[in-house]
Design a protein around this ligand. Sequence first.
Ligand SMILES: *Cc1c(COP(=O)(O)O)cnc(C)c1O
Length: 330
Amino acid sequence: MIDLRSDTVTRPTDEMRAAMARAEVGDDVYGEDPTVLRLEERVAGLFGHEAALFTPTGSMANVLAVRSLVGAGQEVLCEASAHIARAELGAHGAYTGLTMRTWIHPRGQVDLPTIRSIFAPDMGPFFVPTAAISVENTHNFAGGAVLPLPDLRDLREYATGVGASVHMDGARIWNAHVATGTALTEYGAVADVLAVCLSKGLGAPVGSLMVGSADAIDEARVWRKRMGGGMRQVGILAAAGLHALDHHVERLADDHAHARLLAEACGVDPATVDTNIVVVQRADAPQLVAAARDAGVLVSAVGPTAVRLVTHLDVSRGDAERAASVLGRL
Ligand SMILES: *Cc1c(COP(=O)(O)O)cnc(C)c1O
């Protein structure tokens, strides 16, 4: 089977497993796991921020990151198909007590005129005040779309002007970095706080990080424990992340080339494929998923008329060519 359902399905390579087996560990709730500390320091540095916090999932990193900016009874603005709004099972409302309002963009982009029109300043006990604006880069449900740096800079400037903070869901920020050549520090500079995943295209089995100021991370450390996310000798997992940062970032370019190959075979405009995700519009999405499975290719329906293909570390050039021929035929 060639599995194109998600880039989360990768299995750790032999080299990654060896790095995990060698990891120096300690009790991370005591702040004594040297490998976790090394990962947190490295990732904070990559984005030009003071500190970072290792979390079991990207969803937890997002909940911690957004709640560092937005309190109970305040709101965060985001795009309507953002992961924080659509795929975290209401965690931000359930844990933080915040609300969300959304703008719609078919490519998940920053729409500054709409953001301006829905932004709510604090006017006292009448309206929910907007505390933060959240962006997702790359945007998952918009097909791995990259958010261009100039748009992010305009958003940063606007947000600072109105006293709002900026959160970036950078689960796939590595793909944006490799696809555009934009430095990670440039992305870091436009956000007060980010969440980044090691478990997607980077191929680690587990792990994400919240990135931000030292104060925000200190507070998030308390909330992580409160939510049941305090982990012990977790350097074994952090070692997988460090290995991924050393060996699996630049190769994301291969995944992007494989995605373009699939797009061409499926008649999808390659101009809409920025990174490793291809969305195919089909009236009969569930039937296509079933027929592809029968032909040895796993893909997922992400709506009644949308099928998603995701390339990753465990899809070779040969796999991509074989999948392209199967999907092209179907
Ligand atoms: C995968 C993903 C996350 C985090 O997902 P977890 O499964 O909780 O690790 C967050 N944001 C985006 C855009 C994602 O694709």
